[in-house]
Write a protein that binds this ligand. Structure first.
Ligand code: FAD
Length: 562
């Protein structure tokens, strides 16, 4: 048995930032992660991180950043939380820089910025096109410096709930197969996004919505799960991301006739309109026959080789290796691809979920900053601002508790063992979890994507239900104890199916178009009836839907154009 004041689940940017804050406050904090910390998906972030720094020669303000975010969210983001993020952003960027992040600099030696989608000012700080990697490695150094316990390559199987409060987690040490109980007075869920619920996705294979599903199962509602972001520039073929930073640096989107089609859809912001708008525009071009082989083109040629090598080196390499295109010389085929979920575990601005003792931060949480559509480079910012805040709040919560709740450790371990044994004992049915995973991903990508209809979403929902029934018949053939990935990917699949079901149900319920949720059968935004968040609870007989008002502070809804 292990015991801590605060247990952080996830060692991406949100988890590590939360842990560092908790440790600074003197708490006994531990981090648990299914992969080595620097392999977390945060490592893949390319384009940058937003802050309205102001300073010499800049007329940017936190209010402008907040307004852009509200507009980007299609008025579904909570404005009190958005204000917190926009106000606190500059201090967090400075802190990252002081920790050692080597942000790009301008010709005067000041921190440089690039333009990004949906932003009225240039306010995205970056490190080439490897910003996430630069941030994550520096954060990991801070974690090492603080000397805290990291349960590295441990897979969390369930959260412990006793007397209505979250009191730790049950996890498997992936190297030995042993199941252990880790008690904590407060738990911070920072287990990242759900990318692989869709196929293809820009996300790493480890982004399987575990954190959301674990929290959902102990009664924490998820919010706005219908809001799934399709990124406008994912590579033909494998769906890898080509950063919005490319368009920030001036790259064009063109159709088969070489026409910069965004002038029709967003004449002011062109390629730098918000992502939902650009993705829909591309989808229309492709549907109406002005694409090539299901794609349009990202054209970087006019940026010149020097700039491309300096600032867009990673995407040049991705395009060359996976699509055999040299972006210095040729436009590269791209299309909208699943990238991010705005929805997640409902929290307040201090990371508290509806289950006492359970906090959440980063992509698995919904604070709510992004509402119906996230602006590029606001997510890395969210991880550090709300990681820090939830670290602090979790320590305060832990201090208010005299001692951890006592629970029968043996029972907790036995429950998990029984569940795993059942998977192992199942006769081999002729199909595998990989096949179910693929079918789920394909149907979600087909029907709960850029454009949606009642019929399509129902088909997806029914398929997910069928796959959930099939799940109980799946067997795990590998009975080994050491790094049993056959087992882990089957457990991940269970999490993904829960998340997929919640997404389908939330999407079916919202009968309007807002942000990333664009319905052909309800094409308009309907503020009168739908300016509200969708909450989804796990219940007997399927998800239960409820609603919550959106918080408006100073920006009443407007028509959204770019
Ligand atoms: C390709 C790509 C590029 C991006 N570029 C940008 C960008 O330029 N700017 C921007 O703002 N945003 C960007 N984003 C989004 C942003 O990177 C992510 O939203 C953010 O980094 C998520 O951080 P996180 O800490 O919440 O989760 P992650 O970094 O995904 O970390 C999740 C952690 O949870 C752990 N975990 C998960 N399940 C379990 C389990 N069952 N047991 C134990 N541990 C578990 C994992 O091991 C991992 O450590 C990008 C995303 C992608 C995919």
């Amino acid at each position: 048995m292990y015991q801590h004041d605060v247990l952080v689940i996830g060692a991406g940017l949100a988890g590590m930032r939360a842990a560092i804050e908790a440790s600074r406050m003197g708490a006994d904090v531990a981090v648990i992660t299914k992969v080595h910390p620097v392999r977390s998906h945060s490592n893949a972030a390319q384009g940058g991180i937003n802050a309205a720094m102001g300073g010499e020669g800049s007329d940017d303000t936190w209010e402008l950043h907040a307004y852009d975010t509200v507009k980007g969210s299609d008025w579904l983001g909570d404005q009190d939380s958005i204000e917190v993020m926009a106000k606190e952003a500059p201090q967090d960027i400075f802190e990252l820089e002081h920790m050692g992040v080597i942000f790009a600099r301008d010709e005067f030696g000041r921190l440089a910025t690039r333009a990004f989608g949906g932003a009225s000012k240039q306010r995205t700080f970056y490190v080439g096109d490897i910003t996430g990697q630069a941030l994550l490695h520096v954060m990991y150094e801070q974690l090492l410096k603080a000397g805290m316990r990291v349960y590295e390559e441990w897979f969390v199987l369930s959260l412990i709930k006793e007397e209505g409060e979250c009191a730790g987690a049950v996890a498997m040490n992936m190297m030995t197969g042993d199941i252990e109980v880790i008690r904590a007075k407060a738990v911070i869920m920072a287990a990242g996004g759900i990318g692989r619920v869709y196929e293809p996705s820009t996300n790493g294979l480890i982004c399987t919505g575990d954190g959301m599903a674990l929290a959902y199962r102990i009664g924490a509602p998820m919010m706005d799960m219908e809001m799934v972001q399709y990124h406008p520039t994912t590579l033909k073929g494998n769906g890898a991301l080509l950063t919005e930073g490319a368009r920030g640096e001036g790259a064009y989107l063109i159709n088969k006739d070489g026409d910069r089609f965004m002038k029709k859809y967003a004449p002011n912001k062109m390629e730098l309109a918000s992502r939902d708008v650009v993705s829909r525009s591309e989808a229309i071009e492709i549907q109406e026959g002005r694409g090539v082989d299901g794609c349009v083109y990202l054209d970087c040629r006019h940026l010149g080789e020097k700039l491309i090598r300096q600032r867009l080196g990673q995407i040049a390499e991705l395009a060359l290796e996976f699509a055999n295109v040299d972006i210095v010389k040729n436009p590269v085929p791209i299309r909208p691809g699943m990238h991010y979920i705005m929805g997640g575990i409902k929290t307040n601005a201090d990371g508290a979920s509806y289950v006492p003792g359970l906090f959440a931060a980063g992509e698995c949480a919904n604070v709510s900053i992004h509402g119906g559509n996230r602006l590029g480079a606001n997510s890395l910012l969210e991880t550090v601002v709300f990681g820090r805040r939830s670290g602090k709040a979790a320590v305060e919560f832990a201090r208010s508790k005299a001692k951890p709740v006592r629970i029968s450790e043996t029972m907790l371990v036995e429950q998990q063992k029984a569940k795993i044994q059942k998977l192992m004992d199942q006769p081999y049915p002729g199909y595998t979890s990989a096949r179910v995973r693929l079918e789920m991903g394909k149907i979600m990508d087909k029907h709960v994507s850029v454009f949606r209809t009642e019929q399509g979403m129902k088909e997806a929902g029914d398929t997910i239900l069928r796959l959930m029934q099939q799940y109980h018949k799946l067997s795990v053939r590998d009975h080994g104890k050491v790094y049993n990935w056959n087992l882990f990917s089957t457990l991940e699949l269970e999490n993904m199916l829960d998340v997929a079901e919640a997404t389908c149900m939330s999407a079916l319920a919202r009968k309007e178009s807002r942000g990333a949720h664009s319905r052909l059968d309800f094409p308009d935004r309907n503020d009168k009836e739908w300016m509200k968040h969708t909450l989804v609870y796990k219940a007997e007989g399927g998800p239960k839907i409820d609603y919550l008002p959106v918080v408006i502070t100073q920006w009443p809804p407007e028509r959204r154009t770019y």
